[in-house]
Ligand binder design. Structure first.
Ligand SMILES: Nc1ncnc2c1ncn2[C@@H]1O[C@H](COP(=O)(O)OP(=O)(O)OP(=O)(O)O)[C@@H](O)[C@H]1O
Ligand SMILES: [Mg+2]
Length: 447
């Protein structure tokens, strides 16, 4: 005995009253419940515009599960993130990789919580090994023949965006100094010639960690038209005797040949530490070489500028401060309230938010925070938002409450540095070198 065909009477009723939307839904539900997906697909193709989006999605998914991809595509709407994701699966199964990739990215752009790594790697192609550009390190990465080389490099190397002064919050006085000392001389050489003023020389930035020294240097590179050499300590230090000095000399030589040029030494204490602290005679030699190069400058130096940064200025050899060497020493302080607000606004731009966000409240309550500490507050809030988004299956934007919650867990990291600096400023303030720190400490804490 055969079971009665329960779909048949609904089909004939529908054919007589094609406008009955409720009956269409009931038909689909019944068909799915009785596992007659394919039949429902064939019959409902004529009633497509009477099916609501949720029902079309439901049928499309069921057809995908049965492996009926072409039929599924008929029902899966082209709008709606979830539907796009299923379209991507169906299209990929049918071998239409580029359409599938398109659909996938539409889906994820609309609802990032739908990101499906397994599907994405399938879309991207097979897994291959790439020899990272001659650096010996072997990096495994996902790519295919169509992956552009630049994209591969981006996977291996974090992308370095061009940074300009506008990206650095606050620090107006220092920006002004850098403008005057570094940017203007290179932009208006004639004016400088008229006054017989030489472009070049040295600027040393010091201050607590995370307050923007390296960021400022990168912004300077982004702003100035000169060749910018970012010198890594590892570019110079060498285990063989005499090699470090030779490399340092070569670097300076190269800058001189390509002027106008800026040579940036980050964490300069590693190369120019106090000679009395260095038990190894070789590092003392390196400091001497460094000083000689700076002086070599004073003679044929026009158009080469040395920028250096450190967070342990007391470990840098005092001979570096002599005029003609690093004769401009700039204190990069923790940001004041206005600067903190600036930094916050920069960090919050381009992030999904909802409701009013009281940036001033956070700026007021982060006295002593470095730029990096503030970035950390925002990162904590972002982490929470992402976690909530994944739990809820939809994008949860950043809110004022989330930021305040993150703020409660954060702490300032500059205080330790400031108290060390205060001792140096009190007891070892030769030539008033730490006057700016003392000035800062006097006003510190006052808004
Ligand atoms: N003024 C600022 N404006 C915007 N972001 C800032 C600022 N200061 C710090 N930050 C944030 O903090 C991060 C760390 O800053 P940076 O690397 O420049 O610190 P630093 O002074 O070089 O510290 P260190 O002495 O430890 O090298 C930056 O990448 C940036 O995200
Ligand atoms: Mg730094």
């Amino acid at each position: 005995m055969t079971t009665p065909d329960i779909l048949l009477p609904i089909e004939s009723t529908l054919n007589e009253n094609p406008g009955n939307g409720a009956l269409v839904s009931a038909y689909l539900e019944t068909a799915l419940a009785t596992h007659q997906t394919q039949r429902a697909g064939q019959f409902l193709a004529a009633y497509l515009n009477q099916l609501g989006i949720p029902l079309r999605l439901k049928l499309g998914r069921a057809l995908c599960d049965e492996g009926l991809y072409a039929e599924a595509l008929e029902f899966l709407p082209e709008e709606g993130a979830e539907s796009q994701l299923w379209r991507a699966r169906a299209l990929l199964a049918m071998g239409q990789r580029s359409e599938a990739t398109d659909a996938y990215y539409h889906a994820v752009a609309e609802n990032p919580t739908l990101e499906d790594f397994a599907l994405k790697s399938e879309l991207d192609g097979r897994v291959v090994r790439i020899d990272a550009a001659r650096n010996a390190a072997r990096v495994t990465s996902i790519a295919n023949e169509e992956t552009r080389e630049s994209d591969v490099m981006r996977l291996i190397q974090p992308e370095q965006r061009r940074i300009v002064f506008a990206d650095v919050g606050g620090l107006d006085e220092i920006k002004k100094q850098i403008r005057r000392r570094i940017l203007t001389p290179f932009q208006k050489p004639t004016l400088f010639q008229r006054f017989a003023k030489k472009a070049g020389g040295g600027v040393l930035m010091y201050g607590p960690p995370g307050c923007g020294k390296t960021l400022l240097a990168r912004a300077t590179a982004g702003e100035c038209g000169a060749t910018f050499y970012n010198v890594q300590v590892s570019d110079v230090l060498d285990m063989y005797i005499g090699e470090s000095e030779r490399k340092l000399h070569a670097l300076f030589d190269q800058a001189r040949r390509n002027k106008p040029a800026v040579l940036f030494f980050d964490e300069v204490e590693a190369l120019g530490g106090k000679r009395q602290y260095n038990r190894e005679a070789t590092s003392a030699k390196l400091v001497s070489q460094f000083l000689a190069e700076l002086d070599g400058f004073a003679q044929d130096n026009d158009g080469v500028l040395i920028l250096a940064a450190t967070n342990v200025p007391w470990a840098v050899d005092p001979a570096f401060r002599r005029p003609g060497r690093f004769d401009r020493v700039l204190f990069v302080p923790p940001p004041d309230q206005a600067a903190r607000r600036d930094i916050l606004a920069g960090l919050m731009s381009n992030r999904p938010t909802s409701g009013p966000i009281d940036l001033d409240f956070i700026a007021r309550n982060t006295s002593g925070f470095s730029g990096a500490d503030i970035a950390d507050v925002v990162e904590t809030a972002v982490d929470e938002a992402i976690e909530a988004s994944i739990d809820r299956g939809e994008e949860v934007p950043l809110t004022d409450a989330l930021l305040k919650f993150a703020l409660k867990q954060a702490r300032s990291t500059t205080l330790e540095w400031l108290s060390t600096a205060r001792n140096y400023a009190r007891y070892a303030n030769e030539g008033g070198q730490y006057d700016e720190v003392l000035d800062f400490l006097k006003t510190f804490g006052k808004p």
